[in-house]
Write a protein that binds this ligand. Structure first.
Ligand code: FE2
Length: 410
């Protein structure tokens, strides 16, 4: 069965290309070439619909098309929720006819139900498009790249009152995985206020807002004056905290600079230099554990996941779980794979430890940093004297939601 369509409306396809280009600053969308093509054809094949332009087809399963119908009886556009019972769709369903009207594909199903889809919507949501597009545009950085970007920190006053300033902050945060607010009053309360301007606080065993000095009050190295190697926090949570917030309220002494390393930059270098090692870091689940037994706190947390997590459809990195302090027993792979895992882990560690990848920042009172804990590793140098740090974790979903509500891609 075949039905050739007339040339589709070019403006909608241009729009589709813009949408897709917006999602992949590092990758070419050239394979689609929807705008420049002289014609777009749609074909009803035996088991799927093919939309092609210049020989580059997008294929849509018929059940998928019926399931994604946006008619009033199938979809509630006010709540953006599906009304159609997917379980009621005949798995062998196939349109009886098809047509292009304006910038829409129109399918008529057995029984007479009509579904309409804009061509730009189909292009945006096709598997062929998604596997080439980035879910989240990012600027991968080493110290030079970050410093040369000369990003301005947000300022407390405008940040707290101006949505454009918040949007700019979120955009920087999404692109670089770190962002700063300066001139914040040096109190826990003001730190909480600036944090809540961004999103919801995630309460953990450390409390809602934590404030600590080097008094070793908790069973964790962070509560000492020792240097801390680069790591991600709460790797022992099944879902590690999404965002880390730090504010140094007071430091009377020396040292204590904060170390920041873009974990995705290092991981991409590993992917280029040693694809098999990258693959191993993505495939082997590793256990992380936090065991605390003090007078006031008893905890036993376990988080299991690979060091690197990628979306399966486009291999884009979305999380690094790297904490040598909290990594627990490796017992999910046989001994020969363990040997290869250590080689791969060493290669990743070498990338993470390259001096050119280290961004050192002195957190002074008034400067609040937000760190993407699924991407950017942090550490610190040893210090002397009294140092009081406060901060909290944010829920990742809510930060990304806030960004999307500003129209940012997150
Ligand atoms: Fe930490």
């Amino acid at each position: 069965m075949f039905s050739a369509f007339r040339r589709a409306a070019v403006p909608s396809l241009r729009q589709a290309q813009r949408l897709c280009a917006r999602t992949e600053p590092r990758m070419s969308w050239g394979h689609m070439q929807l705008c420049s093509a002289a014609s777009v054809t749609c074909r009803l094949l035996e088991d799927c619909l093919e939309i092609s332009d210049a020989g580059t087809p997008m294929l849509f399963n018929y059940v998928w098309l019926r399931d994604h119908c946006r008619s009033a009886s199938s979809y509630n556009s006010a709540t953006h929720q599906r009304s159609l019972d997917t379980g009621s769709i005949e798995l062998t369903v196939r349109p009886e006819s098809s047509a292009v009207e304006g910038d829409q594909l129109v399918l008529t199903w057995p029984g007479g139900h009509v579904s309409k889809y804009s061509l730009s919507w189909l292009a945006e949501h096709s598997y062929e498009g998604r596997k080439k597009a980035a879910e989240q545009p990012r600027v991968l950085w080493n110290a030079d790249v970050y410093q040369n970007a000369s990003l301005s920190p947000a300022k407390w006053d405008t940040f707290m009152s101006c949505d454009d300033e918040l949007k700019k902050f979120l955009q920087n945060y999404l692109l670089y995985g770190i962002a700063f607010v300066d001139d914040v009053p040096t109190t826990v309360e003001a730190t909480e206020e600036v944090t809540r301007r961004v999103s919801l606080i995630r309460e953990t065993t450390y409390g809602r807002m934590w404030s600590f000095t080097s008094d070793f009050s908790r069973g964790d190295t962070a509560y000492s004056q020792l240097a801390l190697d680069r790591h991600t926090d709460t790797s022992y949570f099944q879902e590690p905290c999404g965002i880390q917030v730090f504010h140094c309220l007071r430091h009377e002494g020396t040292g204590g600079r904060t170390l920041l390393v873009d974990g995705f930059h290092a991981a991409e270098k590993l992917r280029q230099r040693s694809p098999e090692s990258f693959e191993l870091m993505c495939r082997v689940p590793v256990r992380h554990e936090y065991i605390e037994s003090t007078d006031n706190h008893r905890n036993h947390m376990v988080g299991i996941g690979p060091v690197l997590s990628v979306y399966p459809w486009n291999n884009e990195l979305y999380m690094i779980r790297y904490n040598n302090y909290d990594r627990s027993v490796i017992n999910s792979i046989p001994h020969d794979a363990v040997r290869r895992w250590y080689v791969a882990h060493r290669e990743l560690t070498a990338e993470l430890r390259r001096p050119e990848n280290e961004l050192w920042v002195k957190l002074t009172p008034g400067k609040v940093i937000f760190i993407d804990n699924w991407r950017v590793l942090h550490g610190r140098e040893a210090f002397s004297g009294l140092r009081q740090l406060c901060g909290c974790y944010l829920t990742r979903d809510d930060v990304l939601s806030a960004a999307r509500c500003f129209g940012l891609q997150a």
